[in-house]
Design a protein around this ligand. Structure first.
Ligand SMILES: Nc1ncnc2c1ncn2[C@@H]1O[C@H](COP(=O)(O)OP(=O)(O)OP(=O)(O)O)[C@@H](O)[C@H]1O
Ligand SMILES: Cc1ncc(C[n+]2csc(CCOP(=O)(O)O)c2C)c(N)n1
Ligand SMILES: [Mg+2]
Ligand SMILES: [Mg+2]
Ligand SMILES: [Mg+2]
Length: 324
C-alpha cells in the first residue's frame, strides 16, 4: 500500500460531529465553532518507550494512544470531538498491523463520538504515533491545575497502580490473581470523561490526569496553584488483590507507576457532596485522599502521611523523559 492508498484506507466516510466542514482530503481540516471554548492537546507514543510489541497488540496500541489523549481533555473538563494522527511507519510494520492500530483508535473514538479529521504519514524510523485531540468546553469552564485553595479536599478517581502492575505481569509471566483485569488496565485504560464533563456543575474544581504517577501530578497541582498538598498513603485506592504484590511494589506502583489515567483533583469542602453525587451518577469511584494547605514560604510541598501520621516530603518522582 502506498501513502495515498493508506490514507484512503483509514479515512472515515461520514462524520459524527456536525461542525465538520472539511475532514480528511484537503491541505487541512475545517470545523466551525461559535459558542464553546476549544481545548486541544497532543501526546506522542514511541515503540520501545511507550509500548512494545511483546506486551501490546496493534489494536491496544491504537486504543491506548487515543485514550491517553482523551484523558488530557477530561483533565480540562472538555468533551472530545476530533483527532488527528501523525504516524511514522518503519518497514517492519505490515498493512494488517497498521489497520489494527487504526481499528483500536476507531473503537474508542466511536465511544466518544470522535472524528478522525486529519494527520500525516511518513515512512522510516521507529514506529511513532502522535495524536492531536480537539474538544469543547462551555465558555470559561475549562479546569486547570492552578485553582486549588487552602482546605480543599484532594480526591482521585478509580484505583492507582493497576497499569504498572499489569505492565509488570505482562513482562514477568507467572501465577497471578486477576491477571486479565490488570492487563486490561494497562492496555485499555478507562477514561473519566463523563465524570469530568459533569463537573461543569461545580463553581471550582482543580484537575490533572495521572500519566506519570500521582506523586508527579500532585507536584504539578501544588506548583501551579502555589499551595501545599498532603496525601494519606493508606487512603490511596487500589484494586482487589493488589496485595498479591510485595509492599515495595505496591508503594512504588501506586505513587510513581503512572499511566493510570485517573484524575487527581481538588475541590472545596462546600462542593464535595455535589462532586460525590456526580461520581455516583456517572458510576465513577472517587476517593478522598488528602487536603490542601497554604504553602510555607513559597515552598509548594507535597507531603505523604503514613498510617502512624508521620509526614514526609513526597519527591517529585515518576516517569520523566530526559532532555539533553
Ligand atoms: N515540545 C513541546 N513544545 C511545546 N509545548 C510543549 C512541549 N512539550 C510539552 N508541552 C506543553 O507543556 C505542557 C505540559 O505537557 P505534558 O506533556 O507534561 O502534559 P501531559 O500531556 O498532561 O503529560 P504526559 O505527556 O505525561 O501525558 C502542556 O501545555 C504541553 O502542551
Ligand atoms: C515499553 C514500555 N516501557 C515503559 C513503559 C512505562 N511508561 C512509558 S511512558 C510512561 C509515563 C507517561 O509517558 P508520557 O509522559 O510520555 O505521557 C510510563 C510509565 C511502557 N508503558 N512501555
Ligand atoms: Mg503530554
Ligand atoms: Mg495530562
Ligand atoms: Mg498526556
Amino acid at each position: 500500500m502506498n501513502e495515498f492508498e493508506f490514507i484512503d484506507s483509514i479515512k472515515q466516510h461520514t462524520y459524527k460531529q456536525p461542525s465538520v466542514i472539511k475532514g480528511v482530503g484537503d491541505d487541512a481540516a475545517v470545523f466551525r465553532q461559535t459558542s464553546r471554548d476549544i481545548v486541544t492537546a497532543v501526546d506522542t507514543f514511541v515503540e520501545g518507550v511507550h509500548f512494545s510489541r511483546s506486551t501490546m497488540n496493534p489494536f491496544h496500541i491504537g486504543y491506548r494512544l487515543l485514550a491517553v489523549n482523551i484523558s488530557d481533555l477530561s483533565a480540562m473538563g472538555a468533551i472530545p470531538a476530533f483527532y488527528l494522527v501523525s504516524i511514522i511507519i518503519p518497514d517492519s510494520w505490515n498493512n494488517e498491523e497498521l489497520a489494527g492500530i487504526y481499528q483500536g483508535m476507531a473503537e474508542i473514538a466511536a465511544d466518544y463520538r470522535m472524528d478522525l479529521i486529519g494527520g500525516d504519514t511518513v515512512s522510516g524510523g521507529d514506529l511513532t504515533l502522535s495524536i492531536t485531540v480537539i474538544g469543547y468546553v462551555d465558555r470559561g469552564k475549562a479546569r486547570y491545575r492552578s485553582t486549588a485553595k487552602n482546605d480543599d479536599i484532594v480526591f482521585v478517581t478509580g484505583t492507582l497502580g493497576d497499569s504498572a502492575a499489569g505492565f509488570y505481569m505482562l513482562n514477568n509471566p507467572g501465577n497471578y490473581t486477576n491477571e486479565t483485569f490488570y492487563h486490561q488496565r494497562h492496555r485499555m485504560p478507562d477514561m473519566r470523561s463523563d465524570f469530568a464533563n459533569e463537573l461543569g456543575a461545580l463553581s471550582r474544581v482543580t484537575l490533572n490526569d495521572i500519566s506519570d504517577g500521582i506523586a508527579s501530578e500532585a507536584h504539578e497541582i501544588a506548583e501551579a496553584s502555589r499551595i501545599s498538598l498532603t496525601i494519606y498513603e493508606d487512603k490511596l485506592p487500589v484494586s482487589m488483590n493488589f496485595n498479591q504484590f510485595s509492599a515495595d511494589q505496591q508503594h512504588e506502583w501506586k505513587l510513581y507507576g503512572g499511566e493510570d489515567f485517573e484524575l487527581l483533583g481538588a475541590v472545596s469542602r462546600n462542593e464535595w457532596e455535589t462532586l460525590q453525587d456526580i461520581a455516583a451518577e456517572t458510576g465513577t469511584q472517587v476517593t478522598e485522599v488528602g487536603y490542601i494547605d497554604d504553602a510555607n514560604d513559597d515552598e509548594y510541598d507535597v507531603w505523604l502521611k503514613d498510617r502512624n501520621n508521620h509526614k514526609q516530603l513526597l519527591k517529585k518522582r515518576g516517569y520523566t523523559h530526559r532532555s539533553r
